[in-house]
Design a protein around this ligand. Structure first.
Ligand code: NAI
Ligand code: MG
Length: 340
Protein backbone atom coordinates (compact mmCIF):
# COMPACT_ATOMS: atom_id res chain seq x y z
CA UNK A 1 0.00 0.00 0.00
CA UNK A 2 1.78 3.14 -1.25
CA UNK A 3 1.34 6.41 0.63
CA UNK A 4 0.31 9.32 -1.64
CA UNK A 5 2.69 12.28 -1.50
CA UNK A 6 2.62 15.58 -3.36
CA UNK A 7 6.04 15.95 -5.02
CA UNK A 8 7.11 19.46 -6.03
CA UNK A 9 10.30 19.48 -8.18
CA UNK A 10 10.65 23.27 -7.85
CA UNK A 11 13.21 25.53 -9.50
CA UNK A 12 16.95 25.63 -10.21
CA UNK A 13 18.60 22.44 -8.95
CA UNK A 14 15.17 21.18 -7.76
CA UNK A 15 14.39 18.86 -10.71
CA UNK A 16 17.91 17.29 -10.62
CA UNK A 17 17.79 16.44 -6.94
CA UNK A 18 14.14 15.32 -7.09
CA UNK A 19 15.11 12.93 -9.88
CA UNK A 20 17.63 11.30 -7.53
CA UNK A 21 15.01 11.06 -4.78
CA UNK A 22 12.60 9.30 -7.14
CA UNK A 23 15.21 6.80 -8.32
CA UNK A 24 16.47 6.08 -4.80
CA UNK A 25 12.93 5.54 -3.50
CA UNK A 26 12.26 3.13 -6.37
CA UNK A 27 15.24 1.13 -5.11
CA UNK A 28 13.85 1.30 -1.56
CA UNK A 29 10.69 -0.48 -2.72
CA UNK A 30 8.53 2.48 -3.61
CA UNK A 31 6.71 3.26 -0.36
CA UNK A 32 5.32 6.53 -1.77
CA UNK A 33 3.02 7.26 -4.72
CA UNK A 34 4.22 10.62 -6.02
CA UNK A 35 1.70 13.16 -7.27
CA UNK A 36 3.94 15.58 -9.16
CA UNK A 37 2.84 19.23 -8.91
CA UNK A 38 4.37 22.56 -9.82
CA UNK A 39 5.18 25.58 -7.66
CA UNK A 40 7.68 28.42 -7.81
CA UNK A 41 9.07 30.33 -10.76
CA UNK A 42 8.47 27.51 -13.27
CA UNK A 43 4.79 27.39 -12.24
CA UNK A 44 4.57 31.18 -12.50
CA UNK A 45 5.93 31.13 -16.04
CA UNK A 46 3.40 28.49 -17.09
CA UNK A 47 0.29 29.56 -15.22
CA UNK A 48 0.94 33.05 -13.83
CA UNK A 49 0.74 31.69 -10.30
CA UNK A 50 3.66 30.85 -7.98
CA UNK A 51 1.44 28.48 -6.03
CA UNK A 52 -1.26 27.06 -8.33
CA UNK A 53 -4.58 25.88 -6.92
CA UNK A 54 -3.98 22.34 -8.32
CA UNK A 55 -0.86 22.08 -6.15
CA UNK A 56 -2.71 23.29 -3.05
CA UNK A 57 -5.56 20.88 -3.65
CA UNK A 58 -3.13 17.99 -4.07
CA UNK A 59 -1.58 18.79 -0.67
CA UNK A 60 -5.06 19.09 0.83
CA UNK A 61 -5.73 15.53 -0.32
CA UNK A 62 -2.40 13.88 0.49
CA UNK A 63 -1.62 15.89 3.63
CA UNK A 64 2.01 15.21 2.77
CA UNK A 65 4.47 16.96 0.47
CA UNK A 66 8.12 16.73 -0.47
CA UNK A 67 9.19 20.07 -1.85
CA UNK A 68 12.19 21.01 -3.96
CA UNK A 69 13.51 24.56 -3.56
CA UNK A 70 11.45 27.39 -5.01
CA UNK A 71 12.67 30.66 -6.47
CA UNK A 72 10.66 33.62 -5.24
CA UNK A 73 11.03 36.46 -7.79
CA UNK A 74 12.59 39.57 -6.24
CA UNK A 75 10.47 42.71 -6.56
CA UNK A 76 6.86 42.83 -7.73
CA UNK A 77 5.62 42.33 -4.17
CA UNK A 78 5.46 38.51 -4.33
CA UNK A 79 5.00 36.90 -0.94
CA UNK A 80 7.26 33.97 -0.18
CA UNK A 81 5.62 30.71 -1.32
CA UNK A 82 7.10 28.98 1.70
CA UNK A 83 5.43 31.39 4.10
CA UNK A 84 2.13 31.00 2.20
CA UNK A 85 2.34 27.21 2.50
CA UNK A 86 3.04 27.45 6.23
CA UNK A 87 0.08 29.72 6.77
CA UNK A 88 -2.33 27.84 4.49
CA UNK A 89 -1.68 24.50 6.16
CA UNK A 90 -0.95 25.94 9.64
CA UNK A 91 2.44 24.22 9.73
CA UNK A 92 3.27 25.39 13.23
CA UNK A 93 6.39 23.30 13.86
CA UNK A 94 9.63 23.54 11.92
CA UNK A 95 11.95 20.66 12.73
CA UNK A 96 15.61 20.76 11.73
CA UNK A 97 17.79 17.85 12.77
CA UNK A 98 21.55 18.19 12.41
CA UNK A 99 23.73 15.10 12.49
CA UNK A 100 27.40 14.68 11.52
CA UNK A 101 27.51 12.47 8.43
CA UNK A 102 30.74 13.43 6.71
CA UNK A 103 33.69 12.61 8.97
CA UNK A 104 36.66 14.93 9.31
CA UNK A 105 34.77 18.22 9.50
CA UNK A 106 35.10 20.86 12.19
CA UNK A 107 32.79 18.96 14.54
CA UNK A 108 32.40 15.21 14.96
CA UNK A 109 29.40 13.36 16.38
CA UNK A 110 26.94 16.24 16.33
CA UNK A 111 23.38 15.04 16.78
CA UNK A 112 20.84 17.67 17.74
CA UNK A 113 17.44 18.94 16.68
CA UNK A 114 16.04 22.44 16.50
CA UNK A 115 12.27 22.76 16.89
CA UNK A 116 11.16 26.21 15.79
CA UNK A 117 7.75 27.82 16.20
CA UNK A 118 6.77 28.54 12.62
CA UNK A 119 3.70 30.82 12.66
CA UNK A 120 4.02 33.41 15.43
CA UNK A 121 6.64 35.76 16.86
CA UNK A 122 8.20 38.52 14.82
CA UNK A 123 7.35 36.80 11.54
CA UNK A 124 3.64 37.57 11.64
CA UNK A 125 4.44 40.41 9.25
CA UNK A 126 2.97 43.32 11.24
CA UNK A 127 5.63 45.70 10.01
CA UNK A 128 5.44 49.27 8.85
CA UNK A 129 7.18 52.58 8.51
CA UNK A 130 5.82 55.28 10.78
CA UNK A 131 4.63 58.04 8.43
CA UNK A 132 6.48 61.09 9.69
CA UNK A 133 7.33 62.34 6.21
CA UNK A 134 11.02 62.94 6.82
CA UNK A 135 13.26 60.31 5.24
CA UNK A 136 16.32 61.31 7.24
CA UNK A 137 14.50 60.47 10.47
CA UNK A 138 12.53 57.47 9.18
CA UNK A 139 11.15 55.08 11.80
CA UNK A 140 10.24 51.44 11.20
CA UNK A 141 8.13 49.30 13.53
CA UNK A 142 7.45 45.61 13.82
CA UNK A 143 5.12 43.77 16.17
CA UNK A 144 5.80 40.29 17.47
CA UNK A 145 2.97 38.08 18.63
CA UNK A 146 3.36 35.02 20.83
CA UNK A 147 0.32 33.34 22.30
CA UNK A 148 -0.10 30.99 25.25
CA UNK A 149 -1.79 28.48 22.96
CA UNK A 150 0.92 28.71 20.28
CA UNK A 151 3.72 28.45 22.83
CA UNK A 152 2.08 25.46 24.51
CA UNK A 153 1.54 23.75 21.17
CA UNK A 154 5.18 24.06 20.04
CA UNK A 155 6.56 23.14 23.47
CA UNK A 156 4.34 20.07 23.59
CA UNK A 157 5.49 19.17 20.09
CA UNK A 158 9.16 19.44 21.14
CA UNK A 159 8.74 17.29 24.26
CA UNK A 160 6.63 14.69 22.41
CA UNK A 161 9.27 14.63 19.68
CA UNK A 162 11.95 14.07 22.33
CA UNK A 163 10.03 11.15 23.84
CA UNK A 164 9.28 9.56 20.44
CA UNK A 165 12.89 9.82 19.30
CA UNK A 166 14.57 8.66 22.50
CA UNK A 167 16.04 12.05 23.23
CA UNK A 168 17.05 12.98 26.75
CA UNK A 169 16.88 16.76 27.08
CA UNK A 170 15.00 19.80 25.78
CA UNK A 171 16.55 23.27 25.96
CA UNK A 172 14.11 26.20 25.82
CA UNK A 173 15.75 29.15 24.03
CA UNK A 174 14.44 32.66 24.72
CA UNK A 175 15.34 36.27 25.53
CA UNK A 176 13.05 36.66 28.53
CA UNK A 177 15.51 38.94 30.32
CA UNK A 178 14.83 41.69 27.75
CA UNK A 179 11.70 40.75 25.79
CA UNK A 180 9.93 40.01 29.05
CA UNK A 181 6.41 39.73 27.67
CA UNK A 182 7.01 38.38 24.17
CA UNK A 183 9.50 35.67 25.05
CA UNK A 184 8.71 35.55 28.78
CA UNK A 185 5.30 34.11 27.92
CA UNK A 186 6.99 31.51 25.73
CA UNK A 187 9.54 30.55 28.41
CA UNK A 188 6.99 30.31 31.20
CA UNK A 189 4.59 28.23 29.08
CA UNK A 190 7.30 25.90 27.78
CA UNK A 191 8.55 25.26 31.33
CA UNK A 192 5.02 24.41 32.46
CA UNK A 193 4.75 21.93 29.60
CA UNK A 194 8.15 20.49 30.47
CA UNK A 195 7.01 19.66 34.02
CA UNK A 196 4.50 17.19 32.55
CA UNK A 197 7.41 15.23 31.07
CA UNK A 198 9.67 15.45 34.12
CA UNK A 199 9.90 11.69 34.57
CA UNK A 200 11.07 11.14 30.97
CA UNK A 201 12.81 14.27 29.66
CA UNK A 202 15.15 16.67 31.38
CA UNK A 203 14.81 20.34 30.47
CA UNK A 204 16.67 23.59 30.92
CA UNK A 205 16.63 27.03 29.32
CA UNK A 206 19.16 29.31 27.66
CA UNK A 207 19.16 32.94 26.65
CA UNK A 208 19.50 33.01 22.87
CA UNK A 209 22.78 34.92 22.61
CA UNK A 210 24.52 32.71 25.15
CA UNK A 211 23.04 29.70 23.39
CA UNK A 212 24.57 30.81 20.08
CA UNK A 213 27.97 30.96 21.76
CA UNK A 214 27.53 27.59 23.45
CA UNK A 215 26.54 26.01 20.12
CA UNK A 216 30.01 26.90 18.83
CA UNK A 217 31.98 26.13 22.02
CA UNK A 218 30.25 22.93 23.08
CA UNK A 219 27.37 21.83 20.83
CA UNK A 220 27.44 18.32 22.37
CA UNK A 221 25.70 19.63 25.52
CA UNK A 222 22.48 20.07 23.49
CA UNK A 223 19.92 17.51 22.40
CA UNK A 224 16.55 19.04 21.39
CA UNK A 225 16.22 22.84 21.32
CA UNK A 226 12.89 24.64 21.11
CA UNK A 227 12.47 28.34 20.34
CA UNK A 228 10.33 31.10 18.93
CA UNK A 229 10.21 31.86 15.21
CA UNK A 230 13.06 34.37 14.71
CA UNK A 231 15.55 32.80 17.12
CA UNK A 232 14.73 29.36 15.75
CA UNK A 233 15.30 30.55 12.19
CA UNK A 234 18.75 31.89 13.01
CA UNK A 235 19.89 29.05 15.24
CA UNK A 236 18.75 26.37 12.81
CA UNK A 237 21.06 27.74 10.11
CA UNK A 238 23.85 27.88 12.67
CA UNK A 239 23.19 24.24 13.50
CA UNK A 240 23.26 23.30 9.79
CA UNK A 241 26.72 24.88 9.70
CA UNK A 242 27.94 22.49 12.40
CA UNK A 243 27.40 19.50 10.12
CA UNK A 244 28.73 20.60 6.75
CA UNK A 245 26.28 23.17 5.50
CA UNK A 246 23.31 23.44 3.20
CA UNK A 247 23.78 20.31 1.11
CA UNK A 248 23.31 18.17 4.23
CA UNK A 249 20.45 19.94 6.06
CA UNK A 250 16.83 18.71 5.89
CA UNK A 251 13.75 20.33 7.40
CA UNK A 252 10.16 19.45 8.17
CA UNK A 253 7.17 21.78 8.49
CA UNK A 254 4.48 20.06 10.49
CA UNK A 255 0.86 20.94 11.21
CA UNK A 256 -2.21 19.12 12.50
CA UNK A 257 -3.48 18.16 9.05
CA UNK A 258 -0.45 18.38 6.78
CA UNK A 259 3.32 18.11 6.75
CA UNK A 260 5.75 19.46 4.18
CA UNK A 261 9.33 18.21 3.99
CA UNK A 262 12.15 20.07 2.25
CA UNK A 263 15.85 20.76 2.04
CA UNK A 264 16.93 23.86 3.91
CA UNK A 265 18.80 25.24 0.91
CA UNK A 266 17.40 27.27 -1.99
CA UNK A 267 17.32 26.71 -5.75
CA UNK A 268 21.09 27.36 -6.18
CA UNK A 269 20.82 29.01 -9.63
CA UNK A 270 24.63 29.32 -9.76
CA UNK A 271 25.04 25.55 -10.17
CA UNK A 272 21.69 24.51 -11.68
CA UNK A 273 21.82 22.07 -14.60
CA UNK A 274 25.52 21.24 -14.16
CA UNK A 275 25.28 18.02 -12.15
CA UNK A 276 26.92 19.72 -9.17
CA UNK A 277 23.98 19.73 -6.74
CA UNK A 278 24.09 17.58 -3.64
CA UNK A 279 20.74 15.78 -3.26
CA UNK A 280 21.50 14.60 0.31
CA UNK A 281 19.50 17.32 2.08
CA UNK A 282 16.36 16.48 0.11
CA UNK A 283 16.95 12.75 0.57
CA UNK A 284 17.26 13.29 4.33
CA UNK A 285 14.03 15.31 4.20
CA UNK A 286 12.38 12.32 2.50
CA UNK A 287 13.78 10.11 5.29
CA UNK A 288 12.11 12.40 7.85
CA UNK A 289 8.89 12.03 5.89
CA UNK A 290 9.22 8.24 5.94
CA UNK A 291 9.69 8.36 9.72
CA UNK A 292 6.75 10.70 10.08
CA UNK A 293 4.63 7.99 8.45
CA UNK A 294 6.12 5.25 10.62
CA UNK A 295 8.32 3.82 7.84
CA UNK A 296 11.33 3.48 10.09
CA UNK A 297 13.07 0.77 8.11
CA UNK A 298 12.93 2.80 4.89
CA UNK A 299 14.39 5.81 6.72
CA UNK A 300 17.13 3.70 8.30
CA UNK A 301 18.09 1.97 5.04
CA UNK A 302 18.31 5.32 3.28
CA UNK A 303 20.43 6.92 6.02
CA UNK A 304 22.72 3.88 6.14
CA UNK A 305 23.26 4.12 2.38
CA UNK A 306 24.05 7.84 2.64
CA UNK A 307 26.44 7.37 5.58
CA UNK A 308 28.32 4.57 3.84
CA UNK A 309 28.51 6.43 0.52
CA UNK A 310 29.84 9.75 1.82
CA UNK A 311 32.23 8.03 4.25
CA UNK A 312 34.94 8.14 1.59
CA UNK A 313 35.82 11.05 -0.64
CA UNK A 314 34.93 9.20 -3.87
CA UNK A 315 31.31 9.10 -2.72
CA UNK A 316 31.01 12.86 -2.25
CA UNK A 317 29.65 15.68 -4.36
CA UNK A 318 31.72 18.84 -4.87
CA UNK A 319 30.15 20.91 -2.07
CA UNK A 320 31.51 18.42 0.51
CA UNK A 321 34.91 18.02 -1.10
CA UNK A 322 34.37 15.28 -3.70
CA UNK A 323 33.94 15.04 -7.46
CA UNK A 324 30.88 12.84 -7.90
CA UNK A 325 28.02 14.26 -10.00
CA UNK A 326 24.44 14.53 -8.76
CA UNK A 327 23.17 11.56 -10.76
CA UNK A 328 26.28 9.41 -10.18
CA UNK A 329 25.81 9.95 -6.44
CA UNK A 330 22.26 8.66 -6.89
CA UNK A 331 23.65 5.58 -8.69
CA UNK A 332 26.07 4.89 -5.79
CA UNK A 333 23.23 5.09 -3.26
CA UNK A 334 21.12 2.71 -5.33
CA UNK A 335 24.00 0.19 -5.56
CA UNK A 336 24.38 0.29 -1.76
CA UNK A 337 20.66 -0.23 -1.23
CA UNK A 338 20.54 -3.14 -3.73
CA UNK A 339 23.66 -4.81 -2.24
CA UNK A 340 22.21 -4.82 1.23
P1 NAI B 1 20.84 28.77 -2.05
O1 NAI B 1 20.63 27.88 -0.88
O2 NAI B 1 20.08 28.46 -3.27
O3 NAI B 1 22.41 28.77 -2.44
C1 NAI B 1 23.45 29.22 -1.58
C2 NAI B 1 24.77 28.58 -1.98
O4 NAI B 1 24.79 27.20 -1.61
C3 NAI B 1 25.01 28.60 -3.49
O5 NAI B 1 26.36 28.81 -3.75
C4 NAI B 1 24.58 27.22 -3.93
O6 NAI B 1 25.25 26.77 -5.10
C5 NAI B 1 24.96 26.36 -2.73
N1 NAI B 1 24.04 25.22 -2.59
C6 NAI B 1 22.74 25.25 -2.15
N2 NAI B 1 22.21 24.04 -2.16
C7 NAI B 1 23.15 23.20 -2.62
C8 NAI B 1 23.19 21.78 -2.87
N3 NAI B 1 22.12 21.00 -2.65
N4 NAI B 1 24.32 21.25 -3.37
C9 NAI B 1 25.39 22.01 -3.60
N5 NAI B 1 25.43 23.35 -3.37
C10 NAI B 1 24.32 23.94 -2.89
O7 NAI B 1 20.53 30.26 -1.56
P2 NAI B 1 20.39 31.60 -2.42
O8 NAI B 1 21.39 31.62 -3.52
O9 NAI B 1 20.37 32.67 -1.42
O10 NAI B 1 18.92 31.54 -3.05
C11 NAI B 1 18.64 31.14 -4.40
C12 NAI B 1 17.13 31.10 -4.58
O11 NAI B 1 16.55 30.11 -3.73
C13 NAI B 1 16.41 32.41 -4.24
O12 NAI B 1 15.44 32.64 -5.24
C14 NAI B 1 15.74 32.13 -2.91
O13 NAI B 1 14.55 32.86 -2.75
C15 NAI B 1 15.43 30.66 -3.02
N6 NAI B 1 15.33 29.97 -1.71
C16 NAI B 1 14.34 29.03 -1.58
C17 NAI B 1 14.21 28.28 -0.43
C18 NAI B 1 13.13 27.23 -0.39
O14 NAI B 1 12.39 27.04 -1.34
N7 NAI B 1 13.00 26.51 0.71
C19 NAI B 1 15.12 28.47 0.72
C20 NAI B 1 16.15 29.45 0.47
C21 NAI B 1 16.24 30.17 -0.71
MG1 MG C 1 15.91 30.49 7.56
Amino acid sequence: QQIPVTLIPGDGIGPEIVDVVERVFDALGNPFAWDKQQAGLNAFEKSGDLLPETTLSSIRQTGLALKGPLTTPIGGGFRSVNVRLRETFQLYANVRPARTIVPGGRYEKIDLVMVRENLEGLYVGHEHYVPIGDDAHAVAMATGINTRAGSRRIAKFAFDYAVRNNRKKVTIVHKANVLKALTGLFLETAKQVGLNYADQIEFNDRIVDACAMQLVLNPWQFDVLVSTNLFGDILSDQIAGLVGGLGMAPGANIGEGAAIFEAVHGSAPDIAGQGLANPTALLLAAALMAEHKGLHKVARDLRDAIDATVATVDGRTADIGGKVSTSKYGDLLIERIRDK
